[in-house]
Ligand binder design. Structure first.
Ligand code: AMP
Ligand code: TRP
Length: 332
């Protein structure tokens, strides 16, 4: 059976980009058609300046939102990365397979390290090695597919290269995974800055819709989206990025093609109004379920505990095999 692995970082509040680019497909498609694992990758949230209490809170919230979005622990495994030691164990080995130059080439590293330096902050070593830990997340489970938004494609490509290299040097331990992208919503852009992706850690929240925003807040953010001065509505990703983003969000919510939607609108205001409504409606059931779950943190903790037990069982034999293959003495 196909095995799927993906993850979400508890480094900020979960956004509409996370939902449309990744989570929704995990819920609607992936958990039903494969053996799927979805991980709150909390160690990854420590790669930039962080507040311990906030990471703890966001980790539980991310898990609760995944369940509220519809991941079903009877169908898939939901767990926290730090609860399964195999991730860190394997990352150690993969750091001996990856090169420093390879890690430095990652666009996300260049971008985040640049931002940290510009702000006069240091760059944590873990930010550089982060894609190797991500490769360990994936390879430890011998995952076939990794459903992510397109910003993560370069990291999955690195995981593929490390799998191939390890297998060639030390023996066939790993499955070579492939990335799977959402047909729509693979890159939701910031509503105020349509040239940059909508992100958890954006400097301003004005262009970012969070899954737990109140409906009025969502409507206000969408109505204030930046478009352009040209009259009418057309779908042109390069020339009219703001409109294209709204059309893609509406498309992701309604299932209609952005091109077709563009033809049915005479002006941006009407498009914004319908998009705001579609987003509010798409998130309404999720908000309601989240409210129920957050009243019962014991349930979420229980799901994570059982998920970790299952994940450990799956990863341990592969990571043990990698330890033997690379030349480490088996424990007595
Ligand atoms: P992260 O917030 O980096 O933990 O991302 C979790 C998942 O959401 C990954 O698969 C990302 O590729 C995806 N994702 C994050 N931001 C966006 C966005 N703006 N558009 C589409 N997918 C996104
Ligand atoms: N790096 C991913 C992100 O920022 C999160 C992640 C960590 C992940 N490990 C993973 C995604 C393994 C897929 C598979 O979104």
């Amino acid at each position: 059976m196909t095995r799927i692995f993906s993850g979400i970082k508890p480094s900020g509040h979960v956004t509409l980009g996370n939902y449309l680019g990744a989570v929704r497909r995990w819920v609607e498609v992936d958990q039903h058609r494969a053996e799927a694992l979805f991980c709150v990758v909390d160690l990854h949230a420590l790669t930039v300046d962080h507040d311990p209490a906030r990471v703890r809170r966001l980790s539980r919230q991310a898990a609760s939102l995944l369940l509220a979005a519809g991941l079903d622990p009877r169908l898939c495994t939901v767990f926290a990365q730090s609860h399964v030691a195999e991730h860190a164990r394997l990352s150690c080995l993969l750091e001996c397979v990856a090169s420093e130059a390879e890690a430095r080439r990652m666009a996300e590293y260049a971008e985040r390290a640049g931002a940290a330096r510009r702000a006069g902050r240091g760059v944590r070593l873990s930010l550089l090695t982060y894609p190797v830990l991500m490769a360990a997340d994936i390879l430890g489970y011998r995952a076939d597919e990794v459903p992510v938004g397109d910003d993560q494609a370069e990291h999955v490509e690195l995981a593929r290269e490390l799998a191939v290299r390890f297998n060639q040097r030390y023996g066939a331990v790993f499955v070579v995974p492939r990335v799977t992208l959402s047909p729509v919503g693979a890159r939701v852009m910031d509503l105020r800055e349509p040239a940059v992706a909508m992100g958890k850690s954006s400097a301003s929240a004005a262009g970012v819709v969070y899954l737990l925003d109140e409906p009025e807040v969502i409507a206000r953010k969408v109505m204030a989206a930046v478009t352009d001065d040209e009259p009418g509505v057309s779908y042109d990703r390069e020339g009219r990025a703001g409109l294209a983003n709204l059309l893609e969000i509406l498309s992701a919510c309604t299932g209609k093609e952005p091109q077709v939607l563009a033809e049915s609108y005479g002006d941006a205001e009407a498009l914004k109004r319908d998009t705001a409504e579609a987003v509010v409606e798409a998130l309404r059931p999720l908000r309601a379920r989240h409210a129920g779950l957050s009243a019962d943190p014991g349930y979420v903790d229980g799901v994570l505990r059982e998920g970790a037990a299952r994940a450990r069982e799956l990863a341990r034999p592969t990571v043990d095999a990698a330890y033997r293959a690379i030349g480490l003495l088996p424990p007595g």
